[in-house]
Design a protein. Structure first.
Length: 338
C-alpha cells in the first residue's frame, strides 16, 4: 500500500475543512425568496408595468420570479381579518402580522403603503437590483452588497439623527424614498384645500351605525422615489402614487380596515418639480400631468431618473382630484392643494 507523509494528509484535512466552512458561511446563498432585477433597465420596465397589472397578472409574475411578495401576504392577512371575532383572535392576529400591519389611530394599515413596493418586496421588505439588496425600512431604503444580507436583515428602523452614519460607515447606502413633508389626513364632506406636500389625504366618512357598519373613502396623493442600486451607480426615479382607498369598520373591535368594493377617481390634475436631462445633465423643471380617470390607483414616473444623486421626495406644486366608493354612495372625497 502506498504511504503518504503525515503532514500532507493533515494538509488535505485542513484544506477540506476550510472549504466546508466557506460553503457553510456563504451569505449570498442564504438570500432567497427575493425578486431580482438584472439591470436598471429591467427594474424600470417592470416597475412601470406593475401599476397597470391585474391581481391575476401580478400573481403570475410573482410566481415567475419565484418569491412571495409583501402584497400576497397582505392579501392573506385581510382574508384572515374577516374571521376575527374575539379579543384573543385579535391579539393573535396582530402578533402574527406585526411586521406587515400596524394598528394606529383606530386604523389597521400596512407598514409599506405604496402598492408598487408591496408588489416587488418580500415580507422582509427586500428586493434585489443588479446584484445589490435593497430593504424598505419605514420611509427609507437601505441598500448593500449581497454579502451584507445579515446586516440588512437585522435593521428594523432608521433614526436619521443616530444610526445612519454608523450604517453608512459599514458600507450601506441610505436614501429617503417617502415622507419628508406630510399633510395630516383630513376627513370632510366637501372640498378640501390644503398646503401642498409630499403626501396628502382627504376622505369622505359615511357614518351608518357609529361603528360596525361605517364606511369611508380616502383619496391620497404621494410623491416618492424608486431606488435601483448596483456596483456601477445608483438610480433614483421620482414617482407619484394616487390611490382611492375604501375602508370599513369591523364591528368586533371597531377598527378601520381596507376592503374590496367598486371605487372611482376622476378629474385628477397635478404639477410637480422633476428632473429632465438636457445636454447630459439633470435640470429641474415644473411638469404638469392630467391622468385619465381610474378605479383603484395610479402610479407614474415623474421626469427622468437621476444617477448617484440622493434627494428627498419632491412635494407637489399643485393637485386636484375627486374620489368615491360604493360604500359611501354618491358622495365624493375632494382633495386640492396649491
Amino acid at each position: 500500500m502506498k504511504k503518504y507523509p503525515i503532514l500532507l494528509i493533515m494538509a488535505f484535512i485542513i484544506l477540506g475543512s476550510c472549504n466546508d466552512d466557506t460553503e457553510s458561511i456563504d451569505v449570498t446563498s442564504s438570500v432567497s425568496d427575493v425578486a431580482s432585477f438584472s439591470s436598471h433597465e429591467n427594474f424600470e420596465a417592470i416597475t412601470n408595468k406593475i401599476p397597470s397589472m391585474s391581481k391575476e397578472e401580478l400573481d403570475e409574475w410573482e410566481q415567475s420570479m419565484s418569491f412571495l411578495s409583501y402584497r400576497s401576504i397582505l392579501d392573506k392577512a385581510y382574508i384572515e381579518l374577516e374571521a376575527i371575532d374575539t379579543e384573543e383572535s385579535k391579539t393573535s392576529f396582530l402578533k402574527k402580522y406585526q411586521d406587515v400591519l400596524t394598528l394606529q389611530d383606530d386604523a389597521l394599515t400596512p407598514l409599506i403603503s405604496i402598492p408598487l413596493y408591496q408588489a416587488i418586496v418580500n415580507r422582509e421588505g427586500i428586493y434585489e437590483t443588479n446584484g445589490y439588496l435593497n430593504k424598505v425600512v419605514g420611509d427609507f431604503i437601505v441598500s448593500a452588497k449581497k454579502s451584507e444580507y445579515q446586516t440588512l436583515k437585522s435593521i428594523k428602523s432608521i433614526d436619521i439623527n443616530n444610526n445612519t452614519k454608523r450604517l453608512e460607515k459599514e458600507g450601506l447606502i441610505i436614501s429617503r424614498y417617502a415622507g419628508a413633508s406630510v399633510t395630516p389626513k383630513i376627513q370632510a364632506n366637501e372640498r378640501v384645500l390644503v398646503a401642498c406636500s409630499t403626501e396628502m389625504v382627504a376622505g369622505y366618512y359615511y357614518n351608518r351605525s357609529g361603528c360596525g357598519d361605517d364606511r369611508k373613502v380616502d383619496l391620497s396623493a404621494k410623491s416618492y422615489v424608486a431606488v435601483s442600486t448596483s456596483a456601477y451607480g445608483n438610480w433614483y426615479q421620482p414617482r407619484v402614487k394616487i390611490q382611492v382607498l375604501p375602508t370599513k369598520r369591523l364591528g368586533t373591535w371597531c377598527t378601520w380596515v381596507s376592503y374590496n368594493t367598486p371605487t372611482q377617481a376622476r378629474n385628477i390634475a397635478y404639477s410637480i418639480m422633476a428632473f429632465e436631462v438636457e445636454n447630459g445633465f439633470p435640470v429641474r423643471k415644473l411638469l404638469y400631468f392630467y391622468p385619465p380617470d381610474f378605479t383603484s390607483y395610479y402610479d407614474y414616473p415623474v421626469g427622468s431618473p437621476v444617477m448617484n444623486f440622493i434627494f428627498d421626495p419632491i412635494p407637489f406644486s399643485s393637485f386636484y382630484g375627486e374620489a368615491t366608493s360604493q360604500g359611501v354612495g354618491d358622495n365624493w372625497a375632494i382633495l386640492e392643494c396649491q
